[in-house]
Design a protein around this ligand. Structure first.
Ligand SMILES: [Zn+2]
Length: 336
């Protein structure tokens, strides 16, 4: 028991960076339930540790039940981000890459620029944040060109990410837009290899020029794709608790995280949608410790990866990594 709480305290205090988080999936429950106790009377059932989604549709139902009625204006995006950073600061998170969903703009009629400005203004000064907009495979159903040019012209949007059901084919507009976004100085990401097979990871790398793959776990099923990921310098931003609760892996002990890392693809640990899964970033590190018997040294390596793959100056990466090394050393000495 003592060993367990020492490990929790070590993971909580470890400097960390998060690379994969959906702002709409980070709704601030306390504020929601206080502001509208009737609409938001019970938290999502998926907070239970043993909860498993039967289908991806079930996951989407929760988005419609909680997120859609809540995320209706830029102020609520800002409030969500403020609350998120209170939790992340308490677990020593120094850097964040997060996204908001482009498809939501069509429901709400809000502008990408307005939301991006509100989100960026809510980021505390001592935490570095890079904001991505997630674009559905099918793009926007109306006014696609106007939306896309607004994204390129909004400096608060640092990058683009591919969202939505992965079984959809990659459309020609995506290939062109990922190229245009790169030329405009935006960073590139894509969700791939979560719900679909390894070929989606190959497409993201070869057709979109992406090296920051969101999930990517099914790449493990094709050694050629894993090799391509290594050769192209890709990193995978993996969300262990999300992968288990959505049953994209059967159980934590079957998660391919270590196979991917051992193949030479640096992996980071992330929460994905902390409001839906009921997880903190420390919880994902703990879940890997418990489910995959990860050692403190291995857990510290994931924290190091989260800085080596961050968009930070070299000196900031070195400082964070030196602090990780010191905290690891202290933890190992205390737990002897
Ligand atoms: Zn995601």
């Amino acid at each position: 028991m003592k060993r367990q709480s020492q490990l929790s305290a070590f993971l909580q205090s470890l400097p960390k960076a998060e690379h994969h988080l959906h702002i709409e999936g980070a709704c601030p429950w306390e504020i929601m339930t206080q502001s509208d106790p009737q609409q938001f009377d019970t938290p999502p059932p998926s907070w239970c540790k043993d909860y498993r989604f039967k289908t991806f549709d079930d996951f989407e139902q929760l988005i419609f039940k909680y997120v859609v009625p809540w995320m209706t204006n830029p102020e609520r995006y800002a409030q969500t981000v403020e609350e998120l950073f209170k939790v992340r600061r308490a677990e020593n998170t120094r850097y964040m890459e997060f996204s908001f969903a482009g498809i939501a703009l069509e429901f709400t009629g809000l502008s990408a620029r307005e939301i991006a400005k509100a989100i960026k203004a809510a980021v505390p000064e001592d935490i570095e944040a890079r904001l991505y907009i997630g674009l559905h495979h099918g793009g926007f159903s109306k006014n696609q060109d106007r939306y896309l040019s607004e994204i390129l012209d909004t400096p608060e949007i640092d990058g683009i990410d591919l969202h939505g059901p992965e079984e959809f084919p990659l459309h020609d507009w995506s290939k062109e837009f990922w190229k245009a976004a790169k030329s405009a100085g935006k960073a590139l990401k894509a969700h791939a290899g979560e719900l679909s097979g390894p070929s989606s990871v190959r497409e993201a790398i070869e057709d979109l020029g992406v090296t920051k793959i969101q999930h990517g776990i099914n790449a493990v099923k094709d050694p050629g794709v894993l090799d391509l990921a290594v050769q192209s310098g890709a990193s995978f931003d993996i969300c262990p608790i999300s992968n288990v609760k959505l049953q994209n892996v059967s159980k934590m002990s079957a998660h391919p995280l270590f196979e991917i890392e051992a193949a030479g693809v640096p992996c980071t640990l992330n929460t994905d949608d902390p409001f839906i899964f009921g997880n903190t970033l420390t919880d994902d590190y703990l879940a890997v410790a418990q489910g995959l018997n990860a050692t403190p040294e291995q857990l510290a390596q994931f924290a190091r990866n989260s800085f080596t793959t961050a968009d930070l100056p070299e000196h900031a990466k070195k400082e964070a990594i030196a602090e990780i090394d010191t905290r690891l050393q202290t933890h190992l000495e205390c737990s002897r």
